[in-house]
Write a protein that binds this ligand. Structure first.
Ligand SMILES: NC(=O)C1=CN([C@@H]2O[C@H](COP(=O)(O)OP(=O)(O)OC[C@H]3O[C@@H](n4cnc5c(N)ncnc54)[C@H](O)[C@@H]3O)[C@@H](O)[C@H]2O)C=CC1
Ligand SMILES: O=C(CO)COP(=O)(O)O
Length: 389
């Protein structure tokens, strides 16, 4: 039969929330959402057994997932880099910079000491950008308990090695550990506000995926499960690159038709690459595939999309990258993806098979302007729509 968690059941108050918020100004809308979500979370029952989470990375996504757990009264220790950030979180129950207007539950603590965060953790959430993950994990490896499962949230492909998180975790922390990969359309701010979000937890261990669904899931954070780790990881990496292209389309003012065409063709490239690497087709039509692609390409909160918008409007790449402390993973991943395609795909003209991924990479390395790149994409020769799927 259908597992109990398979139905998408938004929080009961979502309908009235929509009515109440439709006409309110942005600040009041968010304040109302916070009040409603605080009321809703009080009704969430604590787990019948003790668990403790360590969250690696004090960026907005680590904080957002900590907030989900905190609302369920689950103890969480966030490992951050700066002492003053840890002190601020412990004293004021909010991060000084990221999502600083959103209060964190008292069960959430922060530390700069890996041994303190990791000792006795029942689960570890990894929320450090892919490009920094290897070094970060190597540094803390001696403190990571041998059997504690790790739930990775990072979406991208490592420069040089072309590894995704599954390989990075294996190479830095060793074998015989259960790991899972959480992905899907899930902007940190919306999660922290208690807005309904659906994600997928993929793991080779079905038991771990089910456990994550039970422990992390609640009335507004819906966790589906999967065993297709490759599909979930490739989808998460490719969607960031498509979002940069979508942002450029927006920034150049090319219109909704062009945007929809671009994103659809982007999903086609994602699907072809993922299938060639062993993913299941259904994963690419799911939350971590087209779901996250839609969220990131069309959502105003996306850093990758915003990078593209600013490029499309004519800003210099260095200015854009230098203006934020948060990482747009699609930038480095565009280069890795092209190398991965070169390595794994035998086609004669790969750039014609993956024109959006190649096009974004060439724009990012300055070989073409966004206007030239997008014009070339739109002028691609047409043929059978799904010719090799
Ligand atoms: N922010 C979001 O809405 C979502 C983010 N993700 C993914 O989760 C991962 C983390 O995302 P964010 O928290 O937004 O990232 P972020 O860019 O804010 O970085 C997260 C944290 O990683 C650590 N970090 C950053 N650079 C580092 C470095 N050079 N060395 C060591 N540690 C470093 C810091 O603690 C930083 O606060 C990314 O891969 C992102 O794609 C996934 C879904 C949503
Ligand atoms: O992965 C995300 C939403 O699911 C976040 O996207 P950005 O990294 O583009 O902000």
């Amino acid at each position: 039969g259908t597992p109990p968690h398979a139905a998408f059941v938004p929080g009961a108050s979502t309908k009235s929330l929509g009515n109440r918020l439709a006409k309110a100004p942005q600040a009041r809308r968010e304040q109302t959402i916070m009040q409603l979500s605080a009321r809703r979370s009080r009704s969430m029952r604590p787990l019948p057994y003790p668990v403790r989470f360590a969250v690696l990375g004090g960026g907005s996504f680590g904080l957002a997932l900590a907030s989900v757990l905190g609302k369920k009264s689950i103890p969480v220790t966030i490992l951050v880099r700066k002492e003053e950030v840890a002190e601020h979180i412990n004293l004021h129950h909010r991060h000084p910079t990221y999502l600083s207007d959103i209060a964190l539950a008292p069960s959430i603590r922060a530390t700069v000491h890996p041994e303190e965060a990791l000792r006795d953790a029942s689960f570890i959430i990894h929320a450090v950008p892919v490009q920094y993950s290897r070094k970060f994990l190597e540094d803390i490896a001696p403190h990571v308990p041998k059997n504690t499962p790790i739930i990775s949230t990072s979406k991208g492909i490592e420069t040089g090695t072309l590894c995704m998180m599954q390989d990075i975790l294996l190479e830095t922390l060793g074998p015989n550990r259960e790991t899972a990969y959480l992905s899907g359309p899930s902007f940190a701010r919306e999660i922290a506000l208690g807005l309904v979000t659906a994600v997928v937890a993929a793991s080779e261990s079905e038991a771990l995926a089910n456990e994550i669904c039970d422990i992390m899931g609640c009335n507004y954070f819906r966790v589906f499960t999967s065993t297709d780790v490759v599909g979930v990881e490739v989808g998460g990496a490719v969607k960031n690159v498509i979002a940069i292209a979508a942002g450029m389309c927006e920034g150049l003012g090319l219109g909704t038709n062009a945007m929809a065409a671009l994103v659809t063709r982007g999903c086609n490239e994602m699907q072809r690459l993922a299938l060639s690497l062993g993913a299941r087709p259904s994963t690419l039509t799911g939350l971590s595939g087209v779901g996250d692609t839609f969220g990131t390409c069309f959502g105003p909160l996306s850093r990758n999309r915003n990078l593209g918008v600013r490029l499309g409007k004519g800003e210099r790449l260095e200015n854009i990258l230098g203006s934020s402390t948060e990482v747009a993973e699609g930038h480095a991943t565009a280069f890795s993806l092209v190398q991965l395609i070169e390595k794994t795909n035998r086609a004669y003209r790969r750039e014609l098979e993956f024109p959006i991924i190649y096009g974004v990479k060439e724009i990012l390395e300055g070989k073409r302007t966004p206007a030239e790149g997008l014009r070339d994409l739109m002028a691609m020769p047409v043929r059978v729509e799904m010719w090799n799927l």
